[in-house]
Design a protein around this ligand. Structure first.
Ligand SMILES: NC(=O)c1ccc[n+]([C@@H]2O[C@H](COP(=O)([O-])OP(=O)(O)OC[C@H]3O[C@@H](n4cnc5c(N)ncnc54)[C@H](O)[C@@H]3O)[C@@H](O)[C@H]2O)c1
Length: 346
């Protein structure tokens, strides 16, 4: 496949999905140069890409997407952008929404303006989330979000991501910029920061600690392996139609309770390791994705998200990579977040 890009800018490439995406694209598209622009917030970790940092096709720029000069400078050599950089944890957005509005909305605006003015960007993928659609009721299992479902975000995180999506689409409409928006369900896999539910629960259990389950545990999420997500984003980057939204899902709905039971079983732990905690304020009940558009238009469907195998493989990665997650959990601020009565979810 010929890529429309020779030199791709990835923002937020030191985070969970961005680092998996860079590794995946370097394997799949050996002719492509990649620049990773990342501010290295608490969630950004150079160790996520230690294995490729000396590859001559890869360059890291330590900068903030809100820094217009830095962004414009980097864009000079690039011809396409995949925008992952964001504050990404719902619980943190409930605690303090300021950084979410600033990075997710203003950061996207700065990046879009810089791309528009650079004039050499022929593809722009805004990486979004299914959380922008709000919540589905539990008693209508046939309902799923399509790309024409109205956005109705319920958390400060989801609101900031919805604003970013809409802004990106408005730049397509107003300035004819080649923008595509993706909206993905919950990702799992290696290098996920251990505040998100799967690595939080797995690393707690590896330490003999209980897992905090929010409320009644009946909230339903669709789970997608991060490599399936990377493949979908690459397909949208290369073949998506400008101005379109593409939903991305794993066909893998699980309640948080089912997820917890499966992790406990796969790790040989009993249900006594569950600690019920007060529900997250405004906790969305169910997300479900109708991903027919990306399947029909781009031929993409998930192939690595099947449970229990994909979950077991992920658990194994955290077992084998204690050196990666232990320093993150030991960090004082994270210790405060992670040992509080903050339950596990995306
Ligand atoms: N994790 C999921 O399940 C999921 C699902 C759907 C969509 N998404 C979206 O995918 C994207 C990546 O998610 P993730 O889970 O990898 O997040 P993450 O929190 O692991 O990584 C975010 C990265 O962005 C960087 N960053 C944050 N603020 C920045 C700024 N101002 N300037 C430059 N870099 C900055 C961080 O340093 C970090 O490397 C986000 O846009 C998120 O909304 C995530």
């Amino acid at each position: 496949m010929t890529s429309p890009s020779q030199h791709l800018l990835v923002t937020g490439g030191a985070g969970f999905i961005g680092s998996n995406f860079i590794r995946f694209v370097m394997e799949q598209r050996p002719g492509l140069q990649i620049t990773n622009l990342d501010a290295l917030t608490y969630a950004g970790n150079p160790a996520n890409l230690a294995d490729i940092e000396s590859d001559e096709r890869y360059q890291f720029v330590h900068a903030d997407v809100r820094d217009r000069d830095a962004v414009s400078d980097v864009l000079r050599n690039c011809d396409a952008v995949v925008h992952f950089a964001a504050e990404s944890h719902v619980d943190r957005s409930i605690h303090d929404s300021g950084p979410f509005l600033s990075t997710n909305v203003i950061g996207t605006q700065v990046l879009l303006d810089a791309c528009r003015d650079a004039g050499n960007i022929n593809r722009f993928v805004q990486v979004g989330t299914d959380e922008v659609y709000g919540s589905l009721p539990l008693d209508c299992p046939d309902l799923a979000f399509t790309e024409s479902t109205p956005v109705q975000p319920n958390s400060p995180y989801a609101s900031s991501k919805a604003a970013a999506d809409l802004l990106a689409l408005s730049y397509h409409h107003t300035f004819d910029m080649p923008v595509m928006v993706t909206r993905c369900s919950n990702n799992f896999g290696p290098y996920q920061y251990p505040e998100k539910v799967i690595p939080l629960f797995v690393t707690n259990l590896l330490d003999g600690r209980k897992v905090p389950l929010y409320g009644d545990g009946l909230n339903v999420r669709d789970w997608l392996h991060v490599t399936d997500h990377c493949e979908a984003v690459l397909a949208v980057l290369e073949s998506g139609r400008p101005g379109q939204v593409y939903n991305i899902g794993g066909n893998n709905e699980q309640s948080n309770r089912e997820l917890t039971h499966m992790i406990l079983e796969l790790m040989g732990c009993g249900r006594d390791m569950i600690e019920q905690v007060a529900d997250r304020p405004g906790h969305d009940r169910r997300y479900a994705i109708d991903a027919r558009r990306i399947r029909d238009e781009l031929g993409w469907s998930p192939s690595r998200s099947q449970w229990p195998d994909a979950l077991e493989e992920t658990i194994q990665w955290y077992r084998e990579n204690e050196d990666w997650w232990r320093p993150l959990k030991a960090n004082a601020f994270n210790a405060t977040m992670l040992t509080s009565k903050s339950g596990g979810d995306s």
